[in-house]
Design a protein around this ligand. Structure first.
Ligand code: NAD
Ligand code: TYD
Length: 339
């Protein structure tokens, strides 16, 4: 298969590119990525010399470039996105541009060039907060912040292009991922690296919000299955099946890093903070997927990875991320010091 992966220099995309090259010897992968703060060529340094892999620096909103890159592709898998809720609260424009207009640009190019498959990587956050039970693929979307609203926009477009033009779109909506190469602004890598540096762990609100954690390699396997076996025009939820309150997760990270609970720093809640996400994943299970990495062992492996890869995350935390926190919270605020 000739695959174009967009956003392949980010967290999930880079794990997916590595997964494809390792499990499908005949596949070729072109990675189109704009290299925003979250895109890092170092995430794929180990496959750079693989003749089956190539990289193009560029924007998914650039229609001419997108057409050039996807011309002979068998499939496009779109990971490119602005992906952090907290950033979407202060700079929503870029979220709307990439997560809606970028998807539209890809869909137009896929339609024109008749690419046989388009997989849109989405999120359980488009369903909004779920107090009880779990979201089915057919449930209405009720996003509550600019990130999830823009992702929902992308999803609606992908399905509209299937209904209207028969553009062969499929969507995956996964729960929260964790694992190697995740930018240390998201809660698990932020808390692990802060703990390793003896810095406070800024826990939002009462710490009782619930996320369903999915190891990134399990998500990659599910996306790969949907790419090869999924049905056009369908949505597939991918849940880790491991719901945890943030406070419990935080204590577990402190236990694994052997740091004291006094590092927990309760801070003001995120505005509009969704209480809980949970998806019903029966459909992707029926396709033949099940998560293979139990949460406890995967979290331990993730802590070990960050412990052993300080050279990867230290420049990120002292550079762009520190500047961002300082702009948002001030150089001398408690949170300004957290990265
Ligand atoms: P990430 O922020 O780590 O990576 C995003 C990548 O997209 C980066 O490499 C960035 O440079 C690239 N990018 C951003 N804008 C671009 C543009 N306009 N053109 C080209 N490239 C661009 O994100 P991630 O955590 O790997 O998430 C990947 C996808 O999975 C996203 O669509 C996200 O919504 C979805 N998702 C993430 C999670 C999670 O827990 N991280 C959970 C569910 C769904
Ligand atoms: P995050 O990793 O940003 O993912 P999302 O908001 O997309 O689910 O946050 C996961 C949970 O952790 C969420 O409930 C917010 C909380 N959180 C904190 O308590 N402190 C933090 O510094 C961050 C980044 C998140």
């Amino acid at each position: 298969m000739r695959l174009v992966v967009t956003g392949g220099a980010g967290f999930i995309g880079s794990n997916f590119v590595r997964h494809v090259l390792a499990t499908h010897p005949d596949d070729r992968v072109v990675n189109l990525d704009r290299l925003t703060y979250a895109g890092n060529p170092a995430n794929l340094a180990d496959v750079e010399r693989d003749a089956r892999y190539s990289f193009v620096k560029g924007d998914i909103c650039d229609g001419a470039l997108v057409r050039d890159v996807i011309r002979d592709a068998d499939a496009v898998v779109n990971f490119a996105a602005c992906s952090h809720v907290d950033r979407s609260l202060v700079e929503p424009d870029e979220f709307l541009r990439t997560d809606i207009f970028g998807v539209h640009t890809l869909l137009e190019a896929v339609r024109e060039l008749k690419v046989p498959r388009f997989v849109q990587i989405s999120t359980d956050e488009v369903y909004g907060s779920v107090e009880r039970g779990s979201s089915r693929e057919t449930d209405p979307l009720r996003p509550t912040n600019p990130y999830s609203a823009s992702k929902a926009g992308g999803d609606h477009l992908a399905l509209a292009y299937w209904s209207t033009y028969r553009v062969p779109s499929l969507i995956t909506r996964s729960s929260n991922n964790f694992g190697p190469y995740q930018y240390p602004e998201k809660v698990i890598p932020l808390f692990i690296t802060n703990a390793l540096e003896d810095r406070p762990l800024p826990l939002y609100g009462d710490g009782r919000n619930v996320r369903d954690w999915l190891y990134v390699l399990d998500n990659c396997a599910a996306i790969d299955l949907v790419l090869r076996k999924g049905k056009d025009g369908e949505v597939y939820n991918i849940g880790g099946g491991h719901e945890v309150e943030n406070i419990v997760l935080t204590r577990e990270i402190l236990r694994l890093t052997r740091k004291p609970e006094t590092l927990i720093q309760p801070v003001k809640d995120r505005p509009g903070h969704d209480r809980r996400y949970a998806v019903d994943s029966r459909k992707v299970h029926q396709l033949g997927w099940a998560p293979k990495h139990p949460f406890g062992r995967a979290l331990e492996a993730t802590v070990d990875w960050y412990r052993e890869h300080a050279a990867w995350w230290t420049p990120l935390k002292s550079g762009e991320l520190r500047t961002w926190y300082e702009q948002q919270y001030g150089a001398h605020s408690g949170r300004g010091e957290t990265p």
